[in-house]
Design a protein around this ligand. Sequence first.
Ligand code: PGA
Length: 254
Amino acid sequence: MRKKIVAGNWKMNKNYEEALSLISEIINMKDLEINSNMEMVLAPPFPYLKAAVDLSKGYSNVFIAAQNINENISGAYTGEISAEMIQSIGCNYVIIGHSERRLYFHETNEVLRKKVDTALSRVLKIIFCIGESKEERETKDFYAILKLQLEASLFHLTENEFENIVLAYEPVWAIGTGLTASPEQAQEVHSFLRKVIAEKYSESLAESTSILYGGSCNPKNSKTLFSQKDIDGGLIGGASLKSREFLDICKSFS
Ligand code: PGA
C-alpha cells in the first residue's frame, strides 16, 4: 500500500505568531477530524521549523519539512541552511526541485542532484518536485522534459535510496494560478511517471512510490484528484495557509 500524503508548502508567508497558531490549529484538529492513516507534512519557513517540530511531537503521522537546503554539507556559505541543521532539529523531510527555486534561484538539475545526495546523507526524506511550464506543455514533448528532470536529478540513486523519495508532479502553469490540471490530465502524467520508475528500477518500487499532485489544489478539487489511481495526495501552496482548507484537503481520503 502506498502512503497517502498531504504536504503544505507555506512558502514565504506568515509571521511567528501566525505560524504557531496555524500549526497548532492544524495539529489539534487533525486527530479529531481525520481518521484515515494519511501522512501530513508541514513545510513552514526556516525560522519556525524548530517550533513546528516541538508542537508536532507525539502526534502520529505529522512530519515537518524544510522548503530548501544548500547542496553543500557545511562551510562558508553565508545565509545558507544545511541538511544537517534541519535534521538536527528534528525535521524529517525537505522539499527539493520546486519550480520557484528552479526559476528564481536558478537551480539546475545538476544542483538539485547534489541537494538530493546531501539530504539523503543526513537521512532526510525528500519531496522532489517536477513539472512542465505552459510553453513546454503547448509546444514541446513535455513528457520527455519530465523524464529528463527525473533522470538528471534522481536516477543515479540506488533502489534503496529512491525509497526515500516522494515525487510531486506540479505543472508550473497550475501553481498559484487557480488553473488546476484536470484529474485526467494529472492521472495521465502520474501513470507515466510510475512507468518511467518501473523501467529504470522495478515494478515494486514504482508501485510503492507516492506521487503527489500540486498546483492550485483546493478542497473543491482535491477529492476527485486524489481518487485517481496514481495520485497519492497533494503538495499544497495557497490552501495550506488556512487551517480549515488544509484539513478539508486532508479529509479527501477519509
Ligand atoms: P499552489 O502551490 O497550491 O498555491 O498552487 C503549490 C506549490 O507551489 O507547491
